[in-house]
Design a protein around this ligand. Structure first.
Ligand code: SF4
Length: 340
């Protein structure tokens, strides 16, 4: 018997392929090969395939000019086109779907580093968690009760408690985040955090300019060189009230995707975990507010560019998010206020 927990919009995903505004195959990510794909590619008589496979373990697709060598100008995959979808490795077939396994529980998510996922979020009214049981024998079917360890049961109860607060639409997103922080005993947020926005913007400028679209945003923000102030932040939040729902989905995703990874149930671990989520969300939001200040307007597309680009760095490069958080802690600043 096992259980699958997934977000309600999971099955709505479909890859935009040639219409994708920023194809994932253009990212300088390591594309790890599963055993079956490695053997298939290695034994493939087509040198256009086998010559791009690394011999050393773990086996990877070797990049060409920082991109997947199978990515073609029309945005389609050479392997998919020549040999069909089944020929692709698991990494490519699955992205942006991710599965984490905890005992007999499978948690499946969609990564917001993919623009098609963000398009779904804009349209989704509410994020819900759907739970499905799978039974592998008649005996299990009779048993019905799903068992996890005491530690995992504690984490699941904690997830329920935090998600309830995160989804309470009677409050603004910033207030929901504060309520979660209160429940975790996190010290107060930085009320004047706009003064520290420069620190977050600098991080994005330094680490997250992974494509031409966010580079163009960075240039606009740099040229404007106006410091964020409380008034701009308030204006942006009031002008773009529909962003509350969008950022709310990102908050719920972050909690759902991260919470069962917690290394223990201690107060400190939970506080740090949530602070990191807040820092990530605030970084994206302050970037969007800075863009609003520079351009005078922010479109959904602008917002998507910022989210998928920043998430492609923070969410996918191991250690980057952790380093960012540690750097922030070293400054002695409190966690910035989450907006909207
Ligand atoms: S980023 Fe998403 S929509 Fe774009 S090509 Fe990759 S999986 Fe498809």
């Amino acid at each position: 018997m096992f259980r699958v927990d997934k977000l309600n919009y999971y099955d709505k995903f479909s890859c935009s392929m040639g219409d994708c505004p920023e194809n994932c195959c253009q990212m300088d990510w390591n594309i790890l090969l599963d055993k079956a794909a490695y053997e298939k590619y290695q034994n493939c008589e087509d040198k256009r395939v086998s010559s791009f496979i690394s011999d050393e373990s773990p086996h990877l697709i070797m990049k060409k000019d920082g991109k997947c060598p199978f990515f073609q100008e029309d945005g389609l995959c050479f392997l998919h086109r020549e040999y069909g979808a089944e020929f692709q490795c698991e990494t490519c077939r699955n992205y942006p779907r991710f599965t984490s396994v905890y005992e007999d529980l499978y948690v499946v998510t969609l990564a917001p580093s993919c623009p098609a996922v963000l398009d779904i979020l804009w349209e989704e009214e509410k994020t819900e968690i759907q739970t499905q049981m799978y039974y592998e024998s008649q005996e299990e079917l009779k048993e019905k009760e799903f068992h996890v360890s005491e530690e995992m049961a504690g984490k699941l109860a904690f997830r329920t408690q935090i998600l309830k607060l995160a989804q309470n639409r009677e409050f603004s997103l910033g207030n929901r985040v504060r309520m979660i922080m209160d429940s975790l005993g996190v010290p107060e947020v930085q009320a004047d955090s706009f003064e520290n926005a420069a620190w977050m913007l600098e991080f994005v400028q330094r680490k997250c300019l992974v494509n031409d679209k966010i580079k163009a945003q960075a240039t606009m923000i740099k040229e404007k060189k106006t410091a964020l102030c409380l008034e701009t932040i308030k204006n942006a939040a009031e002008t773009y009230q529909e962003f509350t729902k969008f950022f709310g989905h990102l908050l719920v995703y972050s909690i759902f995707e991260q919470v069962l990874h917690l290394k223990d149930n201690s107060e400190k671990t939970k506080q740090e975990w949530f602070e990191k989520i807040c820092l990530r969300l605030a970084t994206i939001q302050y970037w969007i507010v800075a863009l609003y200040l520079a351009k005078g307007v922010v479109t959904r597309e602008d917002c998507n560019t910022a989210v998928y680009s920043i998430m492609r760095v923070i969410d996918h490069f191991e250690g980057m998010w952790e380093d960012y958080y540690r750097e922030w802690k070293r400054t002695g600043k409190k966690i910035p206020e989450v907006l909207w």
